[in-house]
Design a protein around this ligand. Structure first.
Ligand code: URA
Length: 230
């Protein structure tokens, strides 16, 4: 897909500007990875390989979401990916099919990936902050993201991505462990345990807010530039 086709697909006019990436912050471990005491469940998950993780997620009953899910959705993609995209949680189609971002928002995410020459499964892993569908696609509660966090933490540990991209507020807040306003947090490189992390809008939000698609395009260019400079 060339740039014009991509812009068309994303519903964009040629109104974007390429940002200069700010200096990368690297090396410092994040505060979130430090002092909290580790419980037995977290410790067990932290030692799992992919197969055990898949099974543990499928069997998980750590929060109420297990009661309404059809199936838990661990993630999809290249286990050695350079890029890790983290969304919010499965929707109805993901719950049905067991794969993240396979509905309308997923189609837009695939187009966004294609815009920077990426494809799901090829150097890309896609996960969610919570692995089970919140009823009526509501935003996951803090207790639910907290209960699911050891799984995402283990995925990050196993993948060791070069760059993490959070899609939407719940994912950004889960990883940055602070209140995040996407409009303020985008356009710079954050740090997650020494890994660069970029915040952008959730594709489902972009489907409802066309003007912000131009900003998402800026973010895509910014993440590509950031990756190239790593
Ligand atoms: N929205 C998300 O955040 N994740 C999905 O997997 C699907 C929609």
């Amino acid at each position: 897909m060339n740039r014009d086709q991509t812009l068309k697909e994303m519903g964009l006019g040629p109104i974007w500007k390429l940002r200069q990436p700010p200096k990368k912050k690297r090396g410092a471990a994040s505060d979130t990875a430090s002092a909290a005491p580790v419980d037995a469940r977290t410790a067990a998950i932290a030692a799992m390989g992919w197969d055990e993780l898949q099974q543990a997620v499928a069997d998980c009953q750590a929060c109420e979401l297990c009661k309404t899910r059809k199936q838990a959705v661990l993630g999809v993609g290249d286990p050695d990916a350079d890029w890790l995209f983290v969304g919010e949680g499965p929707g109805a189609e993901e719950d049905e099919r067991g794969e993240p971002f396979v509905g309308k928002a997923g189609k837009l995410l695939d187009n966004m990936l294609a815009a920077i020459d990426l494809q799901r499964g090829q150097q890309v892993y896609i996960a969610n902050a919570v692995k089970c569908r919140p009823p009526d696609n509501r935003t996951p509660e803090p207790g639910e993201t907290a209960a699911c966090w050891p799984f995402l933490a283990r995925q990050i540990e196993l993948i060791q991505p070069k760059l993490i991209v959070t899609l939407g507020k719940p994912a950004a807040q889960t990883l940055l462990q602070q209140e995040v306003k996407i409009a303020d947090a985008r356009g710079r490189v954050h740090d997650f345990a020494g890994m660069p992390l970029i915040v952008t809008y959730h594709p489902a939000y972009l489907l409802r807010n066309l003007p912000d698609k131009a900003k998402a395009w800026e973010d895509l260019c910014f993440m590509r530039q950031t990756m190239r400079a790593l």
